[in-house]
Design a binder for this molecule. Structure first.
Ligand code: NIG
Ligand code: FE
Length: 422
């Protein structure tokens, strides 16, 4: 269902105007309208401007009206990298990491991703839908109106499909839009240990064709990492995915500088994600490409790794998106304000660039910059209203959400402190 709404008197209407990814210096321009108003008609933005001019042209009758005096209004956030559908939790792993064990050690002795794979294989669809829906509620409260979600906790045909079908169902049940990614090559399952190449063949020949044919996913991703999948195997899988019409994403250079960033640029991936150890050459190649550099500071924080070189990557001319990487292991957090504060305090990213990275560039990272990610005429009516007059409060209010209201497709779907029936 779509709605009609006029939001008026916004102290700042932060439009983030644009229909494609913003690279380098363009990331700083938020196209702010003071005393702004936005009209959403039938779920679509039909007018944007100063309140006086808009109200002259539009009769408020037939519209719900929200008075945003003293509040900043922004596009809904796009969290373009998460793994939010999974069974079980890994709280014990967090304590192991506190006592000094590292993420890859835990994974190599059968914990980590493998333990979530077991729990996800055992979980029923209903359980995954219920936990997934609760997680989407939480994301919505942080102002997220579109989220990307990956499979990758099945590593077999049945469970990979189950995860993607659960996301498809959640997309029908929940207001948050979901961009689905097939991550069948997220780890090497036990029965293929030491035979990564055969596992890649299994995924590409047996699982991927069905997923592409049934349109269960729009994107295909792989964990291209030392000790997981090499650049060569990643290329083999992603090339096949492209042939089948899937768009590409890569977990690239997260733990070790392997060359996943270069591969993303070479294959024309929609995004290259993590990039903690991306080389200068890889970053230069990304800057020349249309691939969005998706940085995930929550993961570096949680794993106590050094952050991706956000400032350098923007200065080289890349389009940067920021996302949570919400997952049960390396970053169990869907907190958008946490991402803002880490990016601005530790990656040298300005507040303006961070806003771009979570709106129009997040949209570009899920290939939707023509439809969402900015307050422009013709785009979907996904808008958030802050409790404060400026977007600058987002990182300043450390780790706490400033989002007061969320409007999705022209409907009020979240109002802080109030229960909304859907
Ligand atoms: O993006 N690195 C691989 N995948 C996830 C973590 C998944 C997990 O630990 O469950 C990541 O960090
Ligand atoms: Fe991830």
């Amino acid at each position: 269902m779509t709605g009609n709404i006029i939001i008026k008197n916004a102290s700042q209407l932060v439009t983030c105007s644009g229909f494609k990814a913003k690279q380098g210096t363009a990331m700083s321009d938020l196209h702010i309208i003071d005393d702004g108003a936005v009209v959403i008609d039938n779920g679509v933005i039909t007018a944007v401007g100063r309140t006086g001019e808009i109200l002259e042209k539009f009769d408020e009758a037939g519209f719900n009206t929200i008075d945003a005096t003293g509040k900043a209004v922004l596009p809904g956030f796009v969290d373009s990298h998460t793994h939010f559908v999974f069974g079980g939790y890994r709280a014990e792993e967090f304590t192991w990491r506190l006592s000094g064990e590292d993420y890859m050690e835990i994974m190599n002795r059968g914990g980590g991703i493998a333990s979530t794979v077991n729990a996800t294989r055992e979980a029923s669809r209903e359980e995954l839908i219920e936990s997934g829906s609760n997680r989407l509620d939480s994301m919505l409260s942080f102002g997220v109106t579109t989220v990307e979600g990956k499979s990758g906790y099945g590593l077999d045909e049945e469970t990979e499909i189950k995860q993607l079908e659960v996301m498809e169902e959640l997309g029908r049940l929940h207001p948050v839009n979901i961009a689905r990614t097939f991550l069948g090559a997220h780890a090497v399952p036990k029965n293929f240990q030491g035979r990564e190449d055969m596992f890649i063949d299994y995924v590409t020949d047996n699982v991927m064709p069905q997923i592409a044919h049934r349109k269960l996913a729009e994107f295909c991703d792989i964990f291209c990492e030392k000790g997981v999948f090499s650049v060569e195997l990643s290329k083999r899988l992603l090339t096949k995915a492209k042939e089948l019409g899937l768009k590409l994403k890569i977990h690239a250079d997260e733990i070790f500088p392997l060359g996943g960033t270069e591969l993303a640029a070479e294959l024309g991936a929609v995004s290259a994600d993590h990039l903690l150890h991306a080389s200068d050459k890889g970053i230069a190649e990304l800057a020349k490409s249309h691939t969005v550099a998706t940085l995930l500071p929550g993961t570096a924080f949680s794993l106590k790794e050094s952050y991706a070189r956000g400032r350098y990557i923007i200065d080289q001319g890349c389009a940067v998106a920021l996302a949570t990487d919400f997952n049960p292991g390396s970053c169990f957090s869907e907190s958008v304000p946490l991402i803002f504060v880490l990016a601005t305090l530790y990656m040298g990213i300005t507040i303006e660039e961070a806003v771009t990275a979570l709106t129009i560039n997040g949209a570009a990272a899920v290939d939707r910059a023509d439809r969402i990610g900015s307050i422009d005429v013709g785009k979907t009516g996904d808008v958030i209203i802050l409790e404060f007059p400026s977007y600058k409060f987002i990182p300043y209010h450390i780790g706490v959400s400033c989002v007061e209201k969320v409007i999705k497709d022209g409907n009020l779907v979240f109002d802080k402190g109030k229960q909304i029936s859907r």
